[in-house]
Design a protein around this ligand. Structure first.
Ligand SMILES: Cc1ncc(C[n+]2csc(CCOP(=O)(O)OP(=O)(O)O)c2C)c(N)n1
Length: 658
């Protein structure tokens, strides 16, 4: 950024007021360049942010969001907003520890109202703030919700829209219609938006708006408002818009890259004392051809390099997601009853590889997690074997459906939860930290986790065969590590753990991916003369009671390990099983995610912060053995006194991390 940089001169949105429209255009170009440069280095949401630069500048130019309210839906499109609300200095550490969060974050700025990242919530929270401000005698604070064309289709957003029309005050929903979700948008409303984009040319509306208004009863509020509007806004009124039937005055579609037009339009409608929907057309990835030509790849890319007209995305290793897609493809080839469902995440879950191969049996239902679960329940009822493929964090949306339509019916719906555990740059809003707690209380549920590719395949095979109730498997946002047992990996047997490496001083019962950390810790501890057994617990429900009994009777302390909240997680399952079986619990120790939020950073940093990495396991084992005064603990204490050298750092995991 040069000294001439306009962006550097913007420390608050008030600074936009002194700029001409041309200068705002220059600023938009600069914002785009800054975002693209940074995302190319750190990864992050690119195409969604490039598409809303003008819209963001126009909103901040017209409204005063130090007092007015701006609610983002999803929030992945907030980068331009952050740059002009004082966070330019944080940009160079986008999505990194102590840097700029990739989603709205009230800890960073009072301009961000909610920490969000899940779709569909912006309208409802905006309705709530509008009601709150009115009741608090602060009804002069304007409220704006910004929502995408694929998120507005989400159930929560529809519930919000259904209620928004009852507001008797200013309320503006901006529908950012770029004709895309992460991939192709799904469903009837996507088709509708597509049609009005084509047929309702903004300039051709003027006559129709007059026509419609002529037929309204005198005194109708739309008519009253109409007389206050300028010609441009009148021309853009759309009285056949789908959301008109929700009680909102609908305007648009208008060009979301025309700064002048947007500013004029927003100025005119900002004080309408009724709910308004402004339908804005934008180009996802605007400004860089490689991005607008392929907005799916560049929705949230890893770091990339642009050289001339070539763009090179950094390649990762083989991910659990790819391993899952391959395993599911094998299952679908072998068993024609197997179906696959994703809710708006075909790329993130690997189903983009599966859907074209099995177009009759694999479905993307859009951002509609509840529907995805219920549709799968319906399929299971007819004898199909649905695999709901979903991020752990988004599974939270469908918990009531898992309870009533799946578990209560005893239906064999299979849940495959990607991004279980800590997720890195997306931060607190996307960690898969509570799926065990939510699922384990459902009668009939079988819960399992994969530590590597062979165990993922084995778990999926057990799920395919299990027809007498629901089941779930979790796996992380990571690359598959070197297989622990390779072809010798035993099949999954319901409720049976698997010994990975023997030892006498303590047993680590690891659930899922952290088993790899436990193995690394074991090698380090062996150098100190401590002998640790590592078990792949495999099942959180049912847990391996026989193993727990054998260990407690042999007085071997147990350390449970998981990348899930300790409260309600796998360790709790083990403790409860001990209590149920009248086994002693004082020798059971739990290591998992702490009861506080872990913000953005790399997965490695987050695991270290939580203390669940190999170093964390080593520390915990030493502490337990020292506390218990065991012979291993005494040996350890003696060796530590003898050598003042700092403890070696544990050999890191052998995976190429994404
Ligand atoms: C409940 C939920 N499900 C899935 C996602 C993953 N997700 C993030 S952005 C996105 C697409 C949103 O599309 P749209 O609202 O049209 O915004 P755009 O990215 O096109 O600007 C999806 C599916 C999410 N954030 N929340």
């Amino acid at each position: 950024m040069s000294d001439e940089s306009l962006l550097r001169q913007i420390s608050t949105p008030r600074d936009l007021r002194g700029l001409s429209v041309d200068q705002l255009g220059d600023l938009a170009a600069e914002v785009r360049r800054a975002i693209c440069d940074q995302v190319s280095q750190s990864g992050g949401h690119l195409a969604p942010n490039l598409g809303v630069v003008e819209l963001t500048l126009a909103l901040h130019r017209v409204f005063d969001f130090s007092r007015d309210r701006l609610l983002f839906d999803v929030g992945h499109q907030c980068y331009a907003h952050k740059l002009i609300t004082g966070r330019l200095p944080l940009l160079s550490r986008l999505r990194q520890r102590d840097g700029m969060a990739g989603f709205p974050e009230p800890h960073e700025s009072s301009y961000d109202l909610f920490s969000v990242g899940h779709a569909g919530t912006g309208i409802s929270t905006a309705v709530g703030m509008a009601r709150g401000d009115t009741l608090n005698d602060e009804g002069d604070r304007r409220v704006v919700a910004l929502v995408g064309d694929s998120s507005i289709v989400n159930g929560v957003a529809m519930e919000g829209m259904n209620n928004a029309g009852t507001l008797n005050r200013q309320f503006l929903v901006i529908l950012n219609d770029n004709g895309m979700s992460i991939g192709k948008p799904q469903g009837a409303l996507a088709g509708y938006f597509d049609k009005i984009r084509i047929s309702h040319a903004y300039t051709g509306l003027k006559g129709r708006a007059h026509e419609v208004l002529k037929h309204l009863p005198a005194g109708h509020w739309i008519e009253q408002i109409y007389h206050r509007l300028g010609e441009m806004t009148k021309a853009a009124l759309d009285h056949s818009h789908f959301f008109e039937h929700f009680g909102l005055l609908c305007i648009g579609p208008v060009d979301g890259h025309d700064l002048d037009g947007l500013i004029t339009m927003l100025e005119e409608i900002k004080d309408i004392d009724r709910p308004v929907l402004l339908h804005v057309k934008t180009v996802k990835g605007k400004g860089f051809d490689f991005c607008s030509d392929d907005p799916t790849t560049f929705h949230s890319p890893k770091p990339f390099k642009v050289s001339g007209c070539r763009v090179e995305l950094s390649s990762g290793g083989r991910s659990f997601t790819t391993a899952y897609a391959d395993a599911l493809t094998d299952l679908m080839n072998r068993d024609e009853k197997v179906t696959a469902v994703t809710a708006g995440m075909p790329d993130g879950t690997g189903l983009s590889e599966v859907i074209p191969r099995f177009p009759e049996r694999a479905f993307d239902v859009g951002i509609a997690e509840e529907h995805a679960v219920d549709m799968s329940a319906g399929m299971a009822k007819t004898g199909l074997k649905p695999f709901v493929t979903i991020y752990s964090t988004f599974m939270q949306r469908g918990i009531d459906q898992v309870f009533q339509e799946v578990a209560l019916q005893g239906l064999p719906v299979r849940f495959c939860m990607d991004r279980a555990g800590l997720v890195g740059g997306d931060g607190a809003v996307h960690h898969g930290f509570m799926d065990i707690a939510a699922f384990r209380s459902m009668p009939g549920m079988a819960l399992m986790a994969a530590i590597d590719e062979p165990t993922l395949r084995a778990a999926l095979e057990l799920m395919r065969m299990r027809n007498d109730g629901p089941s779930a498997v979790r796996y992380p946002r990571d690359n598959v590590p070197d297989a622990v047992q390779g072809e010798r990996t035993p099949e999954f047997q319901l409720g049976k753990a698997n010994l990975l490496a023997g030892g006498n001083d303590l047993a680590v019962l690891a659930y899922g991916f952290p088993a790899n950390h436990a193995l690394a810790a074991r090698s380090e501890l062996a150098r100190e003369g401590i002998s640790v057994a590592v078990y792949d617990a495999r099942f959180a429900k049912p847990v391996d009671v026989e193993l727990i009994r054998a260990l407690t009777e042999a007085r071997v302390p147990i350390l449970t390990l998981e990348d899930h909240q300790t409260i309600g997680g796998f360790g709790s399952c083990v403790l409860e099983a001990c209590n149920d079986e009248r086994l002693p619990t004082e020798s059971v120790y739990r290591l998992g995610l702490p009861d506080r939020w872990i913000y953005q950073g790399s997965r490695t940093e987050q695991e270290a912060e939580a203390g669940i990495d190999a170093d964390g396991v080593v520390r915990q084992v030493r502490r337990i053995l020292a506390e218990r005064g065991s012979s291993a603990g005494r040996r350890l204490a003696a060796s530590q006194t003898a050598s003042a050298a700092p403890a070696a750092t544990v050999r890191p995991l052998r995976v190429t991390r994404r």
